[in-house]
Design a protein around this ligand. Structure first.
Ligand code: LIP
Length: 266
């Protein structure tokens, strides 16, 4: 049985999704601002975040928020907070590509307690609570069980204008390309993590993300029996936005390939 906390998070995401779907069908009417080179925010991101925060505040008025579009608050009880990305994959959204998602995590006393990732166009819900497993709609999730990189599909994020370290990424690709059966780039870190939890991808790595992109995905992967760490293998590096995820064996193999390149360049 999902807890009351999880229900509140799911309801907030589903309520916000009604407007997102409408905006997605009328992209030409959206206001778009540029946050930095190659980094956009739409009126849909801001509206979605407001709906989510309003809903969550009704249920948890004393919690803080850490959210992408900077509507942050530091309520009295700052040990409990929601970590929110209203639209993870904004660039996809803006281009009419349905691969984007709402990501909400709940942190209780500084520990991840619950996470949901909801894709409004696919109508797919991934969620987990600490110690209770991970689910896709009503089905239990397990990471894929392949043990060899040579059988694996790996998803990643590619540096682009204004973002990431191109030279480091090219070195990582030189290591990974000859080892795996396929590489993907989807444009939503939250969905990448959810899809690893669901076994649709075998592994994922990306650097330079923000906590709101990955917080919900971290608990979903772990509750699906997967391993997720920073690229140096640590928890601290993960919380800095550098991610590597998969089942224990694939995580270990990928980490061996990438860690040293990353450490040389950081
Ligand atoms: C995006 C990520 C994506 C990453 C982008 C960006 P946003 O999040 O999920 O995978 O590679 O650079 O950070 O900004 O669309 O929420």
């Amino acid at each position: 049985m999902p807890s009351a906390l999880l229900n509140v998070m799911v309801n907030a995401a589903k309520k916000a999704s009604v407007k997102i779907r409408r905006d997605f069908n009328e992209l030409e009417n959206l206001q778009v601002s540029v946050k930095g080179p190659g980094d956009f925010v739409t009126s849909a991101d801001i509206r979605t975040q407001k709906i989510i925060i309003d809903e969550l505040t009704k249920a948890k008025p004393d919690w803080s928020f850490f959210a992408e579009e900077k509507q942050n608050s530091n309520a009295n009880n700052s040990k409990n907070r929601f970590i929110i990305d209203p639209i993870d994959g904004t660039t996809n959204f803006l281009h009419g590509n349905p691969n984007f998602a709402i990501s909400i995590a709940a942190e209780v006393e500084n520990r991840l307690e619950a996470g949901i990732i909801y894709s409004p166009v696919y109508d797919e819900l991934f969620f987990a609570e600490r110690g209770k497993g991970a689910f896709f709609n009503d089905r239990r999730l397990r990471v894929a069980q392949r043990k060899k990189l040579s059988e694996s599909i790996v998803v990643t994020g590619i540096p682009h204008l204004g973002r990431g370290n191109k030279d480091q990424f090219i070195k990582e690709m030189e290591e990974i390309i000859p080892e795996v059966s396929g590489i993907r780039r989807s444009g939503s870190a939250a969905l990448d993590l959810a899809w690893v939890a669901a076994g649709r991808y075998d592994a994922y790595w990306e650097t330079g993300l923000s906590l709101w992109d990955i917080a919900a995905g971290i608990i979903i992967i772990r509750e699906a029996g997967g391993v997720v760490t920073g690229i140096d293998g640590s928890e601290k590096d993960l919380y800095n936005g550098n991610v590597i995820a998969g089942n224990d064996k694939i995580h270990e193999n990928l980490l061996k390939k990438i860690k040293n390149i990353y450490l040389q360049d950081n």
